[in-house]
Design a protein around this ligand. Sequence first.
Ligand code: TNX
Length: 628
Amino acid sequence: MSLFRLNLKVVNETQQRTRFSLSIINLSAVTLNDWKLHFSITRFLESQSFTLGSCSQVGSFCTVTRLPNLKPADTMTTEFEMLTPPLQLQCDGILEAFVVSSEDEYSVEVMPLQLMQPTTKSPTIAPVKAATVAIIPKPNKLAVKPGHFQFSRGESLAITTEMAKDAALWLCEAQQTLHLNLSQMEDRIHFKQCDTLKAQAYQLDISTDKISIYANSKQGFSHGVATLLQLINDNNSAPCVEISDSPAYDYRGMMLDCARHFHQIEQVKLIIEQLARYKYNHFHWHLTDDEGWRIEIKGLPELTDIGAWRAIDLPLTAQFRHIQSKYGGFYTQQQITDVVNYAQRRGITVIPEIDIPGHCRAAIKSLPQLLLDSDDHSVYRSVQHYNDNVLSPALAGTYQFLDHVLEQVATLFPAPYVHIGADEVPEGVWTKSPRCQALMKKHHYADEKDLQGHLLRYVENKLHSLGKRMLGWEEAQHGGKVSQQTVIYSWQSEQAAIDCARQGFDVVLQPGQYTYLDMAQEFDETEPGFYWANITPLKHAYHYQPLQDIPPTDPIHKKVWGIQAGLWCELIDNEQKLQYMVHPRLQAIAEVCWTQADDKEWTDFLSRLKTDLQRLDRRGMTYRNPWH
Ligand code: TNX
């Protein structure tokens, strides 16, 4: 039990501004002398508005000093303000807190934020009957026939093509109670190559005495097994069906942020497994950000010795959660190879993201000798409240660093792409750096966006020389210097993708309004998540219709590779929270990615989902139950 308790309460709010009262109660027997309050919050506080104490903030980490002594049983209260429209969720408040006095350090119990107008309504979803044949995403063509195929223990799978091997092994691994094994002989279950099928397509025929999976690629077989796994029921039998299936979009992805909080390798693999089960085919791995560098780079050990760890007394200060102790982690190159191979066996391509030039605080703090422009007096504040997180395009060290990192990334990840981020470079950056200004002058650049373009063009060429194509967030084409070989991932809106596609770029759609799994799932103050794009209930995510207002004959449809879901992890520091945000919206978006728009139907999806959630229960997984 904590000996100190913190209450945060909204005391006044307008459309632009919110005023809070923060109190801390001393339940201990000691008097706090010369003490500091540390806490984390994702919002930016107006430090000059504190009525008591003086507050400084680095990212989400706040420190309040110059506080009066606090005797046992006493309460201290300070007020402060924030520029924000009215807050809606408790997780907008303080996440964690602790106090440090001249004598000792104490944990603080943080009570839920008291909002002005809390919402508790949870629109109910009509009850549905669980479907017996429940495949997500819904297949193109499905005919259910009478009868069942009954698996026997130790049944063998006949694979007549190497292409099918990994998929067949997956089936064996996933159905362990059946002790399935591989064989080359004619058996009851077989995998056969079919030349006439499209790359990602598959066919699945189940009759009472035979199961056949046909495909023309590794991925196709993987999708066939994903469907079969959803058909095998508790009695180890599967209904007789004829399925002929292929995706609406070639690219179906999910991005996972492993920088804000660190996710163990097993958790990353489980996400990849889930992606395969819902027939996604890309895993976008966000490996670096302001709050952590998570990939081992040989020859630059500082990146993970320093950049992978946060604590109040380290170069990277505490952020978000676990603020009272040292927190972090990174993936060794061997672990990364292991993940890449695992994904490959599931038919999934892993795309690494090294976010530059913004979101680079962890790298800069780790390698100041290469990356810090000490004469840069520019004043800026990034979206996540940092004033020191952007690489300088005018330092030789920046290019050395990028060459070194990209060469290793290119070798580690066999995918023909590398994502370079490029999002959220703050306004004001590089303006007061003599080196940057000289570089701009030399090239006759009009503004700082040109400088960003200058750096990204270098990176694009470097990647090209390594045999890789560059991917970036929508800001990657700012400054107009990268080629149209760059693929743009739009996130702030779908419109950004449309505009880029019109300019000739290939695009992936990841609009925050529909596909961001870090957005809260319901209009209820206790729901975890952000809502800058909007609160995103399951139904809303399900009804995303890409490029809905653009006529089907418009050539820009051809520029759309596909759709991606994304999970940013500022608020997510454990497996349960992660799975709660992912499921069941990942299932809904899978259907947006795979199923033809005319074939989607909400109630039908729900009845399949109901069965699917029972499958998650059996596997001990967490999800948000839309019926509760
Ligand atoms: C925007 S999406 C970001 C991330 C944040 C996210 C939170 C994008 C390219 N940048 O840095 O984590 O919002 O929702």
